[in-house]
Design a protein around this ligand. Structure first.
Ligand code: PXP
Length: 242
């Protein structure tokens, strides 16, 4: 059975659209936790477009399952994380003009800077995961700098339009998951997963945890957050009635 990490960024996006106070991300986190989420994920972006410092401070306080802070390797954000001490930090690339995280970290190109952030976070007692594309070279470099966990970017799989392209991307994910596990890394996966495409990724043996946000928030807008999380959790367990 796979663990489910529920990303609540877009609860904050909705709150921020009109600068109001609802919906409250911490309340969504508690409902998700009660509905079976194994971790709560929030991305403190440098531009604070959704989650802000107030949110992460409250989340750190109230979340009892793992709190996974998604973050860039910018020194300002690393400093905040070291003080906050979430259970896990997931390092992601960040571009100001992207709508959402567009690709994995390039551990080959930015090895020194990623390694420095990883070491500062590890010294603060935080488990570190690197969000990378499902490529052998990225996995090798991630293992080389001592990351304990990698999250495989499922975006290319999720966005594939043709069945043949989706199959190819699924195979890439399977090979990458096997290779990461052989390199001693723990394996997670996420990005663009939804109620219709999560099944095959949840079926990859080496993947321990799926991190999913947007599709859960979308479904929650119709059926409520608790039901949306429970349905996704059933799919993570391999029960296809959602
Ligand atoms: N994992 C990582 C590293 C991400 O950056 C995101 C998006 O914030 C997700 C998972 C969740 O992606 P989605 O919102 O498309 O489910």
């Amino acid at each position: 059975m796979k663990r489910l990490g529920v990303n609540i960024d877009h609860i904050a996006t909705i709150r921020n659209i009109r600068g109001g106070v609802e919906p409250e991300p911490a309340l969504a986190a508690l409902i998700a936790q009660q509905a079976g989420a194994d971790s709560i994920v929030a991305h403190l972006r440098e531009d604070r477009r959704h989650i802000n410092e107030r949110d992460v401070n409250i989340l750190k306080d109230v979340v009892k399952v793992k709190f996974n802070l998604e973050m860039s390797i910018a020194p300002e954000i690393v400093k905040i994380a070291c003080k906050l001490k979430p259970g896990q930090a997931t390092l992601v690339p960040e571009k100001r003009r992207e709508i959402t995280t567009e690709g994995g970290l390039d551990v080959v190109k930015h090895k020194r800077r990623i390694s420095k952030a990883l070491s500062r976070l590890s010294k603060a007692g935080i488990e570190v995961s690197l969000f990378i594309d499902p490529e052998k070279i990225q996995i090798k470099e991630a293992a080389d700098i001592g990351a304990g966990i990698v999250e495989l970017h499922t975006g290319r799989y999720a966005e594939a339009k043709k069945d043949s392209a989706r199959e190819k991307e699924l195979l890439n994910l399977i090979f990458a998951a096997e290779s990461a596990k052989k390199s001693g890394l723990r394996v997670c996966a996420g990005h663009g997963l939804n109620y219709f495409n999560v099944g095959p990724v949840a079926g990859i043996k080496e993947v321990e945890e799926l991190n999913i946000g947007y599709s859960i928030v979308c479904r929650a807008s119709i059926v409520g957050f608790e039901e949306a999380v429970k349905s996704m959790k059933r799919l993570c367990k391999g029960i296809y009635d959602a």
